[in-house]
Design a protein around this ligand. Structure first.
Ligand code: ZN
Length: 844
């Protein structure tokens, strides 16, 4: 059978009766999947993976079947078409891969425990029970689950439990839904519940290893998010409950299973008494993201995985819309502008990047689509652009119509554009297709030529890129009235510059608000005009200026050396987005210096200079008078002064450490990672290392654990680095879900780089066996590409990864990351001297 045949074309399920008997002790699942549906051919196919099929019956009669491992299914000879009930008896292993039905491990009072959960997206429902495992194959499901149950255990699923008989838990029939959204979890749990205005039960669940108060924050956000969406979408939440479950082992950030959303503990549980504000905001946006999916993704689902962006881009925009609406002072959009936006602009500038919409068939290729920079960040920015164009009223009425037309069914991108087009009267599809179907984005150049102001678009690349003559329909958002809403052509003459400048009374600008996916290169005259008036710009415009200049320098359209002296004028900003953009640029200058060199001393002096005022203003201790911007800026500037090795700062951090030595977790969460890392780097010892490692093993507080891992991986001691590497494959110390952060920490540490690089090359097979089935796998390669900066490392990278280039799911990542390292190596070679000279000029 051709690989491209979707099983749904052969058999269309209407209803499933799924019975599962899960034995944790033997790690075995036995069960029956009984599917009633409509056979479109006499030979049908049903998905399964890693299963033993004991029997297949059609309408009560045994029928022949054959395995087809390549397409992860079995072929069944029905001998007839039309309505049929197919009953499949199977056994399957309970695996440790964080996919399918899998155990999560944790400790409670020194006792090892586990909780069973599920992760089916994209194609792992077929590891749990035989099914037509494609998003279009929507059906209703009756789940009945038995397990080796003991006193005090709970089981939850998409729908409420209706009865327990002979140890079997029966759940209410689901609404019509896709297989990848089925979920359940069981074990010893604690929970907190509440109810929305409209009567939806909302709950947060976690293991008992956590303090009860850690559930409160997410419960409140979940309740208010659902209330917000019911109003915004003008469509009721379709299920009786919305459970949020924190799992100790979880590969992605969270998963939008309908009615039972699963999360990494770090993205759901918050200590209300000591959590950094950015992490609170992160948890809030993750919860809001998953709940946005309950409509957009769950109620209406993409027809096939090529339209994954429909789910993810939309939820990624709505997480900010929702949190900004329910907590307007939290600056949710600031986080979008300084997180998602630069991530999208950076990756989307590398030639070879995929478009937001891509054709896919192979399961490994489907997993590789979950590219946070493209499908999430760029896709969200596309929709932010649409929202800015059509406004919220048209967006809401368009969505209402979209949900009404496609609920409990499937849709394609064109269906959304049609609904939004209808509501707004704009040809949304024509505008958006240029963004959706083409990779990359434009740089718009603005110049005064012979007295006339002209703009032109061209694809922007960081590194070598083949100009394919792509054009976009660009929402320009200028502050000058003479500029049209859209740039559809290659270039445009806007008229006499002097009279335009005079009429408007302010410097010429494009992309005001930074909501369109392009960057601007102003000629020197226009740029100097903006810079001369920079203090009049709002904080997003200042961030945008720094972001665009950095990208232009990365893309070799301007020299990094010209950016260096500009940084000083942003150094004392009270806006956290500006401070964070400033230190993103400064951080990018660090690649031009070799560790332990005279040039490194010099850039440290520049950091000291840039951060001095802010450190004096904000200090080490949170104050009651802090604005959210102060709270967020403090760790950024303290990190800068510590990088500068400012002796007062190093001593102050040490003092903080000493004062909290008895209970390190009680250090203020925002500065805790800096204080711990400072201690390891400047006052480190084997004893301290062992103390922190023991604390890491014992703690259940994910944010404290992340701080400890960041501190431990910053050690400069070779023997301790060897100890860290040894812990990588010890799941009792480093859970597979957290391994990438440990690896990144050691690799980015100049004293650990060699050891980490040796480890991943030597133990690649182990890594593939452990996390290879997982959609996060390729990001191990991305992490390497962010660190390497020398020709030697580039050669080693190529030698190791080029032979793996045809591995499904890895091809694009290896190609792009090779280019990323190559581009960096060339940039450093060409500009190192000029950049360091420019830094020498500005250091006082
Ligand atoms: Zn999502």
């Amino acid at each position: 059978m051709a690989k491209s045949t979707h099983f749904y074309e052969l058999f269309q399920p209407e209803h499933y009766n799924v019975y599962l008997d899960i034995n944790r002790a033997t790690k075995q699942i036995t069960g029956t999947s009984t599917i009633t549906g409509d056979a479109k051919a006499t030979q049908i196919a049903i998905h399964q993976k890693y299963m033993t099929i004991n029997s297949v019956k059609a309408d009560g009669q045994a029928v022949p079947f054959t395995f087809d491992d390549q397409s992860e299914g079995i072929h069944i000879d029905l001998g007839k078409t039309g309505k049929a009930t197919v009953a499949i008896d199977f056994t399957a292993p309970l695996t440790d891969s964080m996919m399918g039905i899998y155990p999560s491990y944790y400790e409670l009072n020194g006792e090892k425990k586990q909780i069973i959960g599920t992760q089916f997206e994209t194609t792992a429902a077929r590891q749990a029970f035989p099914c037509v495992d494609e998003p279009e194959a929507k059906a209703t499901f009756d789940l009945a689950i038995k397990f080796d149950e003991h006193e005090g255990e709970t089981i939850i699923s998409n729908m409420p439990e209706v009865k327990t008989e002979n140890g079997v838990h029966y759940f209410d029939t689901t609404v019509r839904m896709s297989s990848y959204l089925i979920a359940f979890a069981f074990g010893e749990m604690q929970s907190k519940l509440t109810t929305t205005k409209s009567g939806v039960q909302v709950g947060v669940f976690a293991t008992k290893a956590h303090q009860a108060k850690e559930l409160d924050f997410a419960l409140d956000i979940a309740k208010r998010s659902i209330e917000f969406y019911e109003d915004f979408y003008q469509t009721p939440y379709p299920l009786p409950h919305s459970w949020q479950m924190a799992l100790p082992d979880f590969s992605a950030g969270a998963m939008e299973n309908w009615g039972l959303v699963t999360y990494r503990e770090a993205y759901l549980l918050i200590d209300p008494d000591n959590t950094a504000f950015d992490l609170k905001l992160r948890v809030a946006t993750v919860v809001a993201h998953e709940l946005a999916h309950q409509w957009f993704g769950d109620l209406v689902t993409m027809k096939w995985w090529d339209d994954l962006w429909l789910n993810e881009s939309f939820a990624n925009m709505m997480e900010y819309v929702a949190i900004d609406a329910i907590e307007p002072t939290w600056g949710a959009w600031d986080a979008f502008q300084s997180g998602d936006v630069p991530m999208a602009l950076q990756r989307d500038a590398t030639d070879g990047v995929q478009s937001v919409h891509v054709q896919v068939e192979d399961p490994a290729e489907i997993d590789a689509l979950f590219d946070s920079a493209i499908v999430y960040a760029k896709g969200a920015r596309m929709l932010v652009m649409v929202r800015a164009l059509i406004g919220d009223d048209a967006l809401r009425s368009g969505l209402k119509a979209y949900f009404a037309a496609h609920k409990y069914g499937n849709a394609r991108g064109a269906d959304l554009w049609a609904a939004l087009g209808q509501a707004s009267g704009l040809d949304v599809g024509a505008i958006m297709n240029s963004w959706l179907e083409q990779p990359g984005y434009p740089v718009v150049t603005a110049k005064v030529v012979d007295g006339r102001l002209t703009i032109a678009q061209q694809q922007f690349f960081v590194g070598d890129g083949q100009d394919a003559g792509r054009q976009w329909q660009i929402p320009l958002n200028s502050n000058y009235d003479a500029v049209p809403t859209l740039l559809k052509d290659h270039s445009l003459d806007l008229g006499d510059y002097q009279s335009l400048r005079q009429t408007s009374g302010e410097p010429f600008r494009l992309n005001v608000g930074n909501n369109s996916h392009f960057i601007v290169q102003y000629d020197d005259q226009l740029l100097q005009d903006i810079l001369a008036n920079v203090n009049a710009l709002d904080e997003i415009s200042q961030l945008q200026l720094l972001q665009d200049l950095r990208l232009l320098a990365e893309g070799r359209r301007i020299s990094y050396a010209t950016v260096v002296p500009l940084l000083t004028r942003f150094a004392d900003s009270k806006y956290t987005v500006v401070t964070s953009a400033l230190y993103t640029v400064a951080g990018n200058l660090r690649k031009f210096v070799t560790p332990d060199s005279a040039e490194e001393k010099q850039i440290k002096a520049y950091y000291d200079q840039l951060s001095a005022q802010q450190v004096a203003r904000l200090g080490w201790t949170p104050r009651a008078t802090d604005s959210i911007d102060d709270e967020l800026s403090r760790p950024t500037v303290l990190s800068a002064t510590l990088f500068a090795h400012n002796s007062v700062a190093v001593a102050a951090a040490h003092e903080q450490f000493t004062a909290h030595q008895a209970e390190l977790a009680s250090l203020p969460a925002a500065t805790r990672p800096l204080i711990l890392a400072n201690e390891v780097k400047n006052y480190g010892s084997a004893e301290l290392f062992d103390t922190l490692l023991a604390a890491y093993r014992q703690s259940t507080d994910a944010s404290y654990k992340a701080d400890l891992s960041a501190a431990l991986t910053s050690t400069t001691d070779a023997a301790l680095i060897a100890k860290l590497i040894a812990a990588f494959e010890d799941a009792d110390t480093v859970k597979p879900q957290d391994l990438r952060a440990w690896f990144r920490g050691v690799l980015a540490n100049s004293k650990g780089e060699q050891a980490a690089w040796d480890w991943i090359r030597n133990d690649w097979q182990w890594l593939e066996d452990t996390v290879g089935g997982d959609m996060e796998f390729t990001t191990y390669i991305t992490v390497i590409s962010r660190v390497f900066r020398t020709a030697e490392r580039l050669a080693e990278f190529k030698a190791f990864f080029e032979p793996k280039i045809n591995t499904p799911g890895l091809t694009r990542e290896i190609n792009m990351d090779t280019k990323v390292i190559e581009t960096r190596v060339n940039l450093i070679k060409d500009e190192q001297a000029a950049v360091n000279a420019a830094i020498a000029q500005v250091v006082k």
